[in-house]
Design a protein around this ligand. Structure first.
Ligand SMILES: Cc1cc2nc3c(=O)[nH]c(=O)nc-3n(C[C@H](O)[C@H](O)[C@H](O)COP(=O)(O)OP(=O)(O)OC[C@H]3O[C@@H](n4cnc5c(N)ncnc54)[C@H](O)[C@@H]3O)c2cc1C
Length: 420
């Protein structure tokens, strides 16, 4: 098994197979880490005196859904708390919040805008459904020109780092219509943090850390690691991104690879500003510095804050996400300029006051997309499968899925392996 993120941990738990992990801790992109106010070092655990913020590498990772079987599984590894989502679209230029899903809260728009949107949605409902080729066409066909100009087009342009009018439609459930409250209406989070949950799952697995696979010979079925060692496999389950696995194995497919986008996550601990909203996260289509989402960890749970509160309860832990084209990390000077611009903007909005700690993470493959009509994903998966490599998880299978689905998938694969 390659990778000890939540998919790999779940496979490892059920199959009792060896798990090889490049990092020195389990949890993958969901892993939490801790930082002291004024500090610059990432701690793997809460500071002994409790004086540390908790952040996550990929920004807030909330476990969505109500599946009782999954909740029972999680509770075997510690308590979880349940939350009802509080999120909104934040139109900064109009100084207006509209609750998510925007299309269900038209009464929160200016009345003439709301009337135009309602007329457009009614007209869309009467039209025959066509098959849109791109995500932009899909949103246009579903929400009409006014809502698209106000939110869907500028937001998605940012969220997809400019791929919006070239990629195939996907993840329809993220933009619900009618009475649906969306995929993330409720969520749970471990009382002790995701890092503790990951460590508890890891205790039931056989994991070797610091084992980065650097080459795979698919004919000889051997893996070479960065530490100079190698081993042979009969069946390999991999949660590494699909494109990276093709590179590692040297296998080729005839179609050109589907695109991905990267995410730059800025974790910030600060004293709260005067206009910090009470939402868990807000979607922002018009920030000047280019980010598209701000999540407020400490509005979900105060345990993200240092326990010793020296600021009269006025601290905030938050994350800011900005998308970039994949494989194109910003130059350090560009990163520095962005961090300055983003924090200036958060201050201007009144979200934060003085910053105690700020820490960026670059996630090179954060969102995976498909070109319209592409068969790359299926071809790549089959090509690897033919050499005994089964791709698993969100990045391995090049699909969108959250932690809950990743755990379910890992447990299913693990059970099949242990009985097969
Ligand atoms: C920005 C962002 C926000 C998200 N927010 C949420 C959310 O709020 N809620 C939710 O449910 N889901 C969320 N997700 C999805 C969630 O992150 C995934 O479903 C989940 O992390 C998938 O876990 P995984 O184990 O498949 O992959 P990963 O977590 O990526 O694990 C892969 C593992 O492989 C290891 N690895 C990589 N290369 C090598 C190598 N060469 N050799 C050995 N090991 C290697 C990595 O270190 C890592 O530990 C979010 C995703 C992103 C990108």
């Amino acid at each position: 098994m390659l990778g000890a993120g939540f998919t790999g941990l779940s496979v490892g738990l059920r199959a009792r197979c060896m798990v090889y992990e490049a990092a020195d801790a389990p949890g993958g992109i969901c892993r939490s880490y801790h930082m002291r106010p004024g500090g610059s070092v990432r701690l793997t655990r809460t500071a002994a005196d409790g004086d540390s913020y908790r952040f996550e590498i990929g920004g807030g990772h909330w476990i969505f859904g109500d599946d009782p079987a999954l909740l029972r599984f999680l509770r075997d590894y510690g308590s979880v708390r349940r939350y009802g989502r509080r999120s909104a679209v934040f139109l900064w230029r109009a100084r207006r919040y509209i609750e998510y899903p925007l299309q269900d809260h038209l009464e929160q728009l200016e009345s003439d805008v709301a009337r135009s949107v309602a007329a457009e949605l009614a007209s869309i409902a009467r039209q025959a459904v066509e098959s849109p080729r791109t995500q932009k066409e899909w949103n246009s066909a579903r929400f009409g020109p006014t809502l698209c100009a106000l939110f869907f087009h500028p937001f998605n342009e940012r969220y997809t780092a400019g791929l919006y009018d070239r990629i195939a439609p996907q993840d329809a459930y993220k933009s619900p219509v009618g009475s649906a409250r969306g995929y993330n209406a409720t969520f749970v989070y471990p009382l002790d943090g995701l890092d503790v949950l990951a460590r508890r799952l890891a205790q039931g697995c056989c994991i070797e850390y610091g084992r980065r696979a650097v080459a795979i010979d698919p004919s000889a079925r051997t893996i070479a690691f960065a530490d100079g060692t190698s081993l042979q496999y009969r069946t390999l389950i991999s949660t590494l991104p699909l494109n990276r696995m093709l590179e590692l194995t040297g296998l080729h497919v005839t179609t050109s690879a589907d695109p991905h986008t990267a995410s730059l996550v800025l974790n910030i601990g600060a004293t709260a500003g005067p206009a910090l909203p009470a939402y868990h996260w807000v979607y922002v289509p018009d920030s000047a510095s280019g980010f598209h989402r701000v999540g407020i960890y400490s509005n979900v749970d105060r345990t993200f804050l240092p326990q010793r509160d020296g600021h009269g309860g006025r601290r905030v832990a938050l994350y800011v996400e900005r998308a970039y084209p994949g494989d194109a990390p910003p130059h350090p000077s560009e990163l520095h300029a962005y961090v300055q611009a983003a924090t200036r903007e958060l201050r201007e909005w009144g979200f934060i006051d003085s910053i105690e700690v700020i820490d960026p993470s670059w996630i090179d493959i954060a969102y995976t997309w498909s070109w319209p009509g592409s068969s790359w994903r299926a071809e790549a998966t089959e090509r690897l499968q033919a050499h005994g490599i089964q791709q698993a998880g969100r990045f391995g299978r090049w699909v969108y899925q959250g932690i809950a689905d990743s755990i379910r998938e890992g447990l299913t694969i693990g059970s099949a392996l242990s009985t097969g």
